[in-house]
Design a protein around this ligand. Structure first.
Ligand code: GLU
Length: 430
């Protein structure tokens, strides 16, 4: 396929085909049309460069063996090593990982990082594994990836269902293989192993920082803002903390066990302490149960989807009652929902590639610190983070005004344009 140009235009990936991959492709097509991206550059900018699918046999605590399936998709390596998290979730598919790798490319490019995009995933519910089994799985996954990843090749990081400890095991496994400690092969590590100050908070803090900025643009004081957050993992939890410390009132939070609402404001620290102890939000007594659908449709100033893709879709987009939609998750809004929100015109969308970019920005700082073996304090990290977020936000607002684009289209066109330009300047190979 693809030897003749007319055919190559019609290429639809059989490997990655899925709802979420098609969604990412439609976003790309729309952006490519909007900037008149030459046909010769389209498909090679759009489709992932390569992927690895791996079988991961691990010994269970009871002596049996289970084989898990994992993936790593490298979308683009034209502007530097590829970068992106690894997701441990029972619903992971290759198509989802591919879509997430595309969004990493646009995100890194938009905020000016010298990285292409990548993403990894393992089909597993990590809650069903003991800590030992989880360690076996993390190590086995990295062992299969040695040769496909590296500080100058592809740098994994945490995502849904993975954390600092898992990054530590991966870094250790890689280092054992190459024969010397190589902290720069993954980011999001524990501080003791070369992790960066501020990395754990970075995505949530970045979300909160941008929310405050956009509320300022709307002349809405953050002290009067109410916030509903879907997802109370690392990103949702840290965003809740940061927004509370800025004076906002978090009225709803949720995890996979259900959603909670308290009009007077949820005590976020107490909820985080409860989750630390109970593992889930279920039965937390500081708020009343509501459904996940009710949370998304709550009347609030800011709605923060901080979990999975495609939670705002054609059936609920018309019913959202927020003023600002801050996309802490990747791909939370479907193409149909985007159209509905645009037609409504009353909700400011902070698109994922901008909104949650604080995570990968501080991952970049972590990688830089590792390469130089010279470490920064938290103040320095956070100050540098806000400089990069401000720059990206300003660029998006300029692009939005100049071409009368939606904010998502502005962000995507900036990200895509830079990747396409690098490909065009380098030639056909990268
Ligand atoms: N998984 C995060 C994201 O989706 C962070 C990636 C990274 O730090 O490399 O942006």
């Amino acid at each position: 396929m693809g030897h003749n140009f007319a055919m190559s235009k019609a290429v639809v990936s059989s490997l990655y085909d899925s709802e979420v991959f098609r969604m990412a492709c439609r976003q790309f097509d729309q952006a490519a049309d909007a900037i008149n991206l030459p046909d010769t550059l389209r498909d090679r900018t759009k489709y992932p460069r390569r992927c690895l699918a791996v079988s991961l046999p691990i010994r269970r605590d009871d002596g049996s063996v289970t084989v898990f399936e994992g993936y790593r998709v490298q979308h683009n390596l034209s502007t530097g090593p590829s970068k992106g998290g690894v997701r441990f979730h029972e619903k992971v598919t290759l198509g989802e990982v591919a879509a997430l790798s595309m969004w990493m490319s646009w995100k890194c490019s938009l905020v000016g990082l010298p990285y292409g995009g990548a993403k990894g995933g393992v089909i597993v519910n990590p809650r069903e594994l003991s800590p030992t089994e989880l360690e076996h799985l993390a190590r086995r996954y990295m062992q299969e990836l040695v040769g496909f990843v590296g500080p100058q090749l592809d740098i994994p990081a945490p995502d849904l269902g993975t954390n600092e400890q898992i990054m530590a095991w991966m870094m250790d496994t890689y280092s054992s293989h190459v024969g010397h400690i190589t902290p720069a092969v993954v980011t999001g590590k524990p501080i003791a192993l070369g992790g960066s100050q501020g990395r754990r908070e970075a995505t949530g803090v970045g979300v909160a920082y941008l929310v405050r900025k956009y509320l300022e643009d709307l002349s809405l004081p953050i002290e009067k803002a109410t916030v509903a957050i879907q997802g109370f993992g690392n990103v949702g939890g840290e965003a809740a903390l940061a927004l509370t410390s800025m004076g906002a009132r978090v009225v709803a939070i949720s995890d996979y066990t259900g959603a909670l609402y308290n009009a007077a404001g949820i005590d976020v620290k107490k909820a985080l302490a409860y989750v630390q102890y109970a593992g889930v939000l279920k039965d937390f007594d500081g708020a009343d149960p509501i459904t996940n659908e009710e949370l998304l449709e709550l009347e609030c100033t800011v709605l923060v989807p901080a979990a999975l893709e495609r939670v705002i879709h054609q059936d609920n987009a018309a019913r959202l009652k927020c003023r600002v939609l801050a996309e802490a998750a990747n791909g939370p809004t479907t193409n149909e929902a985007d159209r509905i929100l645009e037609a409504r015109g009353d909700i400011e969308v902070i698109p994922d590639v901008l909104c949650n970019s604080g995570g990968v920005i501080v991952s970049y700082f972590e990688w830089l610190q590792n390469l130089q073996s010279y470490y920064w304090d938290k103040g320095e990290v956070l100050a540098k983070l806000t400089v990069m977020l401000d720059r990206a936000k300003d660029a998006v607002e300029y692009q939005k005004r100049k071409f009368k684009f939606s904010r998502r289209l502005a962000a995507l066109t900036l990200g895509i344009e830079r990747v396409a330009e690098a490909k065009q300047k380098r030639g056909l190979f990268p």
